[in-house]
Structure formats: structure tokens, C-alpha cells
Design a protein around this ligand. Sequence first.
Ligand code: ATP
Ligand code: MG
Length: 482
Amino acid sequence: MLTRLRVQGFKSLIDAEVQFGPFTCIAGANGAGKSNLFDAILFLRDLADHSIIEAAHRVRDRAGSRKGDLRSLFTKTTDSKLPNIAIEAEFIVSGEVTDDFGRKAKPSTTYLTYKIELKYVVDDEFNERIQLIAEHLTYLPKSSAKKRIGFNCSKEFFNSALTGERRAPFITTDRDGTSGNSTISVSQDGNSGRPSQIPAQNSPRTVLGSANTDERPTILAARREMQSWKLLQLEPSKLRSPDEFSDDPHITFDGAHIPSTLERLKRYEEISNRVATLLPEVRAVSVDVDNTRRIKTLLLEQRNGVIHQARSLSDGTLRFLALATMAFDSESKGLICFEEPENGIHPSRINAILELLREMAVNPKIAVNSENPLRQVIINTHSPVVVRNLIPDELLVAVPIRKNRSSFTAYGAIVNSWRLNHPDYSSERTPKVTVTELLDYLRSTDISPEDDLEGGKLWQLAAEQGMFDFEQIPQGDTIGSH
Ligand SMILES: Nc1ncnc2c1ncn2[C@@H]1O[C@H](COP(=O)(O)OP(=O)(O)OP(=O)(O)O)[C@@H](O)[C@H]1O
Ligand SMILES: [Mg+2]
């Protein structure tokens, strides 16, 4: 679970910091830098899985097919020199991981911080590459963990998610002041044995991205955590296609394998009921297993008794079904980034989809276990309808910040939300967004009266929790008026 991210020198993020809860929404206008934050998260994921150059090519091009233009990843400023990219992440890893050979391993502690620094270099023959400058992985002390995590969580959640103790770092970098070269040291998890030394500048991969055995369980656990970060891009053709018997029974990032996942879970009644609360015309979801053709097909029965195959279902129905299935799957763990979940959803159903996404995320009021896996959901939106249905603690707003005649992105937290209490909080990196600014944001678009936006959840809960100073609302304005 990613709890905090600081990004410097990456795309429009000159120096931005974000704290994440179980469910977070980044709101903002077109071009505000919402997707750039997802790019930073997925870049870290790809660095844990591929060479540095391949990870760079994969930014906004998942296949990594487009070559060249490495400079576009580094923040453009009025200065001709490109800044280094530095990304720092705080996260909670799983208490047990599996290595590449199927062996189980336990990290020595589960609350960690990882930092990487990268530099753009080009030689006299115009060969460009990205050089690894520094890499760090270390523990975060339990004593300050509650304050650092920030969002409200119970003792049961805290004690089940944060296990183990450690007093020494796992990966460190020493820089030689004269040569400018750096050496990465990788220590043994058990503190015994000599650390390995790796010269950073020629390494095509990160050290973390090379951990694949149970010998260094904490580095492996950090890598597995990052590998679990994904961007959900549900594709109608994948949502509709039947499964073969050999398919992996887990829904993938594009929405494939709903039938075999449902078959593995065997929770038809619960999932049917959940889908029915979103789509009242649905009675039951089932899977037809064809032993002759060796395929599994999704079936959906309507209230009137008519049964449809997946290929006749609407895109919206299939999207709801994919999310509901994931919500009931304890093996679907990790961080899910989801762009604009309101797309293709009727405004009256937006609250329902937000409820479902919230439900998919881990419940921090109870212990983490197979019924409550460490799953996290981050969405982005420019829809005022979505914003109105969130509570301030779930919301961040992508806002422009100006420095040296250029504009960059920061993610503002709402006044009085928990995000402003982090020990390293900086108003420069995380600006405060007031209720007046939020109201302006909600008013800045054309919302038709049929959208029934009066009294959204954001305002109701904000009022109940005393989070907003309603004095700030300009006289004569009702909430959501325009
Ligand atoms: N290397 C860079 N340096 C500075 N700014 C950059 C860089 N790369 C991209 N940007 C800026 O990032 C912005 C695009 O951000 P992003 O794609 O995250 O927007 P968005 O909020 O997701 O918008 P939409 O709602 O349209 O999807 C552009 O305005 C662009 O100027
Ligand atoms: Mg975008």
C-alpha cells in the first residue's frame, strides 16, 4: 500500500508530494497533471520490473514500443539544463511474499521507504541514456508510523499491516565527492554478512528491480509491492471474451478473465446481489462451462428471466461486473489506478460506482486479512459530479504552481483534512485548498439541473464533521449553485 509519494523533476511535477489513503481521488481540469501522477507511480512500478531505459520508454506507452525522446520525462524549465528525477515512496508491503522460484519469504519489516534518483545523460555522439545516481531502501520506525500514515486506522489494522522490526537500511548509496560516482550497497536482511557493492553509473537496472530470490526478503517484498501497482484500463473486447480452460483465473488490468475468476471464487450469490444494487434489472450472474469447446462464458440473467451472454451486455454493465468481481476477490491485491471512472456512466450511477470503488479498497477500521486484503484505489477525475460525492479526506486537487516563470503541478489537500498533519508536511509541496476554491471548481463547469447535484456527499459530511468553515461560502450561494 502506497502511503506517500514525493516526486521531483518528473514531467510537470517539479516537486510534488502526495499522501494516499485506502481510496483517493485526484480532481483537476484538463492538462492539470492528474495523469502525470499516475505516470510517476507506474514508472516506479516499471523500474521494479524492467531495465531503466525500458521503464522510461513505457511511460504512457505500455508496450514500450516508442523509442527516443527520453528528455520528455524530465521537467522542462526555463533553464536549459534538465533536473534529475528523484522519486521517494513510503509504503506498506505484504507480510509474506513469494520469490521467482515459488519459495515463501518474510520481510524483516513491512513499513518501508524507497528513493531513487536518475539523471539524463547524452554523450558527444548524441547517444542518450538515463543514469542511476542513487537508490535507497530503508525501514520506517514504528514509533512514528501512526503519524506518518496519517489516515484514520484502527489498532487492529495497524498491528496486522505493520509487522517486524529493523534498525538498519537495506539499500544505501555513497557518493564519491571528487569523482561524482556513486556506489550502491546492498545489505543482508539478517544484518550478518558483508554488503554487496555495486557501481551505480553503468547499471542498466535498479538494485530493487533485480531482487528475485528469498535471500533478501525485504527488498523482494518492496519489489513485489511495486509490481502490484497497476493502471486499470477496462477494454470492452476483453470484458466480453470467453475464457479458455488454461487462462489464469484472475482479472487482468484490461478486464479479461471475468468468467474464470468468477468460477474460482464461487461467490455467485454475493456478486450477483452486489451487481443488482448497481443495476436493478440484474437478477443473477453465472458462468457457462462448455466442456466440449473448453471455454467458459459469462451469463447474466435479467429480472424478466431473459439470459444474455457477455457479448450482448453493455459496456457499463461489464465494467460494474468487473469491479464487483475484483471487490470480492481476496487474491486481487495491490494498488489500482483508475482514470476517470465516470466515463460512460450515467450521472445518476456515479455515486454507485464511487461506493463500489471505496468498497474495493482496504477497510482501515479492521485488521488486514484474506477478507480485507491490502488493496488500494486511486482515481482521477475532472467531473464535478464525482467531486461532490467524495468526502474531503478522499480528495486531492491538481493545481498549477508557478516558479521562475513556469507552471508546474502540485496536489492540494483540502483544509482540515488529515493530509496536513504529516511530520514532513510542506505547504509548498502540498498546497491547501479552501472550500471557496473548491466551490469555484464545482461552479466552473456547466452542470445541468437534471444532474441533481444539490447536497452532495462532500458537503453533507464536511458539515457533519465540522470540516469546513461555512462562513467562507459567499453569501446568497447555495452549495452547487451556478
Ligand atoms: N516534461 C515536462 N515538463 C513540464 N511539464 C510537462 C512535461 N510533460 C508534460 N507536462 C505538462 O503536463 C500536462 C499534462 O498533464 P496530464 O496529462 O497529467 O494532464 P491531465 O490532468 O491528466 O489532463 P486530462 O484531464 O486532459 O487527462 C501538460 O500541460 C504538459 O504541459
Ligand atoms: Mg489525464
